[in-house]
Design a protein around this ligand. Structure first.
Ligand code: NAD
Ligand code: LMR
Length: 326
């Protein structure tokens, strides 16, 4: 049996946690040969519910689940972790923007960054899901300077999947036909889902969907505001689709990307495409299964450049606001 991969998950007794843990334990990220240890982290009031979640994990008798730790002590939770999935934080309610959560959630990531740096394994990689996820990721990264900046990720995969689903529906094809879907910028309503460089059935999307008014007036706002639409419909923010996106983010980072394709995730920018170096922003990424790189050479029209600039500005404003706290 291989050595287990240890995954620390915060907010493990929450909605996303409940959709996430069982799939990870059944092998959805690392495959059917790879055992996992789960370190489940909650705040004290969540510990009773977390005990119930642990009972259910036990009751699944998953062959790949080696060990489960439940704790409200971050240092214990992050100890020896190879991956940390930072989900734990407050979700927004109807009428709020995700950025409105910065004052509530932002400070959580100061302590978590420090604790990860002090306790995690040398190969730790971190995916931040809790909102506003780009800036929360930046905050944790800034408070864990000994961990290289290419190990930090913020989740925009749910936006990518939403964009692919919208394009597939409009084109009347299966979602598998949609590729090369970039989400640029912040996981907020300033994000820019890039129709112009996406492909449908291997062809440039504009050759398949020749309706620019639909792209600008329907497609882009639908993707930008999909989270709010789910909250309006469910009374709760997305959970199963968010958990699925977290799984797909990690899986695609640890799997070689199909030739010619790419995926979207928030990473620490190297300044590519005019994004401010050092911000955590969503970019087109390829992986060789171990390391990732920003895909270069994608053409951006004036419309795209304007949209990306607006998201850059918002990210810098969020960073300025949270950095007052550390
Ligand atoms: P939830 O309220 O159902 O669960 C959150 C859990 O986190 C709770 O059990 C809570 O006790 C726990 N928690 C709070 N602070 C914590 C801390 N400091 N340490 C450990 N645990 C802590 O919320 P949810 O629906 O699971 O959503 C969690 C977060 O994910 C929210 O911020 C939400 O906005 C965000 N989210 C992001 C995306 C994305 O695409 N990036 C998608 C969906 C949701
Ligand atoms: C989402 O995109 O569904 C999440 O970020 C939750 C939200 O607040 O929109």
């Amino acid at each position: 049996m291989k050595d287990p991969i240890k995954i620390a998950i915060t907010g493990a007794a929450g909605q996303i946690g409940y959709s996430l843990l069982f799939r990870i334990a059944s092998g959805a990220i690392f495959g059917p040969e790879q055992p996992v240890d789960l370190n489940l982290i909650e705040i004290e009031p969540g510990m009773k519910a977390l005990a119930g979640v642990k009972m259910e994990l036990d009751d699944c008798a998953f062959p790949l689940l080696n060990k489960v730790v439940t704790t409200c002590n971050m240092d214990e939770g992050f100890y020896g972790a190879n991956w940390a999935l930072l989900v734990g934080s407050v979700p927004r309610k109807a009428g709020m923007e995700r950025g409105d959560l910065l004052g509530i959630n932002g400070k959580i990531f100061i302590g978590q960054g420090k604790s990860i740096a002090a306790n995690a394994a040398d190969d730790i990689r971190v995916l931040v899901v809790g909102n506003p996820c780009n800036t929360n990721c930046w905050t944790a990264m800034k408070n864990a300077s000994k961990i290289p900046s290419n190990r930090w990720f913020a989740m925009t995969r749910l936006d990518e999947n939403r964009a692919k689903a919208q394009l597939a529906e409009k084109a009347g094809v299966h979602v598998n036909e949609v590729s090369n879907m970039t989400i640029w910028g912040n996981h907020s309503s300033t994000q820019y889902p890039d129709f112009f460089n996406a492909k449908i059935g291997g062809k440039p999307a504009p050759e398949v969907i020749k309706d620019e008014a639909w792209v600008k007036d329907t497609f882009i706002p639908t993707v930008q505001k999909r989270g709010a639409a789910v909250i309006a419909a469910r009374g709760l923010s997305s959970a199963a689709s968010a958990a699925n996106a977290a799984i797909e983010t990690v899986r695609t980072l640890v799997t070689p990307t199909k030739a010619g394709d790419w995926f979207s995730v928030g990473v620490c920018s190297d300044g590519s495409y005019g994004t401010p170096a050092g911000t955590v922003t969503s970019l087109p990424i390829r992986s060789n299964g171990k390391d990732w790189e920003v895909v270069q050479g994608i053409e951006l029209n004036e419309f795209a450049k304007e949209k990306i600039a607006a998201s850059n500005k918002e990210l810098l404003e969020e960073q300025a606001e949270i950095s007052k706290l550390f």
